[in-house]
Design a protein around this ligand. Structure first.
Ligand code: IMP
Length: 436
């Protein structure tokens, strides 16, 4: 079986959790490569709903190995409460491996995020940005550092004066070394048996024939380099992040599956050219239950943005796409798609990237008639109305990428495989899993 990356093609919340959970039976290992507790991967199994933040979405499939890679940032206390929640739901986390090289989020990171970034950028306030900033500034503390309390103390002694200086400047409380050590001591003991050199483990498993699904978090437009900077998360959320974020070399990655909604959403600040406000925005929000799974914030909603998706196809090297939430558009008399942008009197046909340009884009829309019939829960391509076929084929032409899976609801079986496709070539067993 090949090693495939699953990546969000928009601003996150595309439904990666559902797709990773769906594909997980076809692989041996699921490895999360970026992000932290800012993510909320929702998976519905029968009538149970799970929201995973850092634990990979393969955990609901018994027998699969799950890795939290070195490209993530780990909040030890948050991770332990996530593990407790899974244990209470009867889910085994025995085969969960946490990279010793992943950086940790400590209480001062959360305080700094809330003081400096939450309002300015609209962050989740979970400490993610400041933890990645420390990683780059060589002030970070890694999971492996926590395992020896004296060593952890020394690391804190080196970085806390800098952090406290910043906190004081923001008018916030400062932190003592012992206070931080004590805050995470219990969580460290709980996590100790899971900590490993996961890059080495992945190498050995793959050498012995295991296949790996690389699970991204957030989405391409929140990527630190390829997203709408500075309104981004602080990690390499796009597919390229999978190699450094796990220690698996890029030469061992065989393909990339992008996930997109049938429309677009974003949560937090920043440009969103195809955003729709008013009644239509409300309708999409209500039908799509578009509220952040981590913060509960209402998500901004809008139409599918084709040049933005083409950008995602390019920077991720998408081989194929899964489209989620088609059913949300069922009552729309017309479906619109952003096909370009107006900027200072000219029309742009590609995503411009530059911050000062992106901030001033006006969308250029084209529209088609809606299908006005219920697609929720449909399981075969043939069952979709002709106008929904037209919509999907239109998008494929616009973005120059095939759509190989259409999700018509949150459940595992509310899924349509579109054949022939790259996806079923990679994972022929998906046919059995999605069989109506
Ligand atoms: P941070 O990742 O908490 O630093 O937030 C930076 C930006 O990314 C903000 O606009 C957040 O709303 C957004 N963001 C972070 N995680 C997610 C996610 O999982 N889904 C959608 N947006 C996210």
């Amino acid at each position: 079986m090949p090693n495939i990356v699953i990546v969000g093609a928009q601003w996150g919340d595309e439904g990666k959790g559902k797709v990773v959970d769906l594909v997980a039976p076809c692989v041996d290992v699921v490895a999360r490569y970026s992000g932290g507790p800012n993510a909320g991967h929702t998976i519905v199994v029968a009538d149970r709903r799970f929201v995973l933040q850092l634990v990979p979405s393969g955990v609901l499939r018994p027998g699969k190995k799950n890795v939290i890679g070195c490209g993530t940032v780990v909040d030890p206390i948050g991770l332990v409460s996530e593990l407790d929640g899974l244990a209470a739901a009867g889910i085994s986390v025995e085969q969960l491996y946490v990279s010793h090289a992943a950086h940790v989020i400590l209480p001062y990171h959360r305080a700094l995020d809330q003081a400096m970034d939450q309002e300015r950028i609209g962050t989740t306030g979970k400490g993610v940005g400041p933890a990645y900033a420390d990683k780059a500034a060589r002030l970070g503390i890694r999971v492996g550092d926590l395992l020896d309390e004296d060593h952890f103390r020394e690391k804190l002694e080196a970085c806390l004066p800098v952090k406290n200086h910043l906190l004081r400047a923001c008018g916030r409380d400062t932190f003592e070394v012992e206070e931080v050590v004590k805050a995470v001591r219990g969580a460290v003991e709980r996590l100790r048996p899971h900590v490993a050199d996961t890059a080495l483990l992945l190498h050995r498993w793959m050498r012995d024939g295991a296949s790996v699904l690389f699970e991204g978090a957030q989405g391409t437009m929140l990527d630190v380099d390829h997203g709408t900077y500075p309104y981004i998360t602080a990690s390499s959320a796009s597919a390229g992040g999978a190699a450094p974020g796990t220690g698996v070399p890029p030469t061992r990655i065989n393909g990339v599956l992008g996930i997109t909604k049938a429309y677009a959403t974003r949560v937090g600040g920043g440009p969103f050219p195809t955003e729709v406000t008013g009644d239509l925005g409300e309708l999409i929000r209500a039908r799509g239950k578009e509220y952040g799974s981590v913060t509960g914030r209402p998500r901004r909603c809008g139409w599918f943005d084709a040049p933005l998706l083409r950008h995602a196809v390019r920077v991720n090297g998408l081989d194929t796409l899964a489209m989620t939430k088609l059913d949300v558009l069922d009552p729309c008399h017309a479906v619109l798609v952003g096909v370009g942008y107006r900027y200072k009197g000219t029309t742009l046909h590609e995503w411009p990237g530059e911050e000062r340009v992106v901030a001033k884009l006006e969308p250029v829309f084209e529209e088609r008639p809606g299908w006005l019939s219920e697609t929720a829960g449909l399981r075969t391509w043939g069952a979709l109305p002709a106008r929904a076929h037209d919509y999907i084929r239109w998008l494929e032409d616009l973005i120059e990428c095939e759509i190989s899976l259409v999700s018509t609801g949150p459940g595992r079986d509310e899924t349509i495989l579109v054949e022939p496709s790259c996806l079923t070539r990679w994972f022929p067993d998906l046919r059995q899993l999605c069989l109506p």
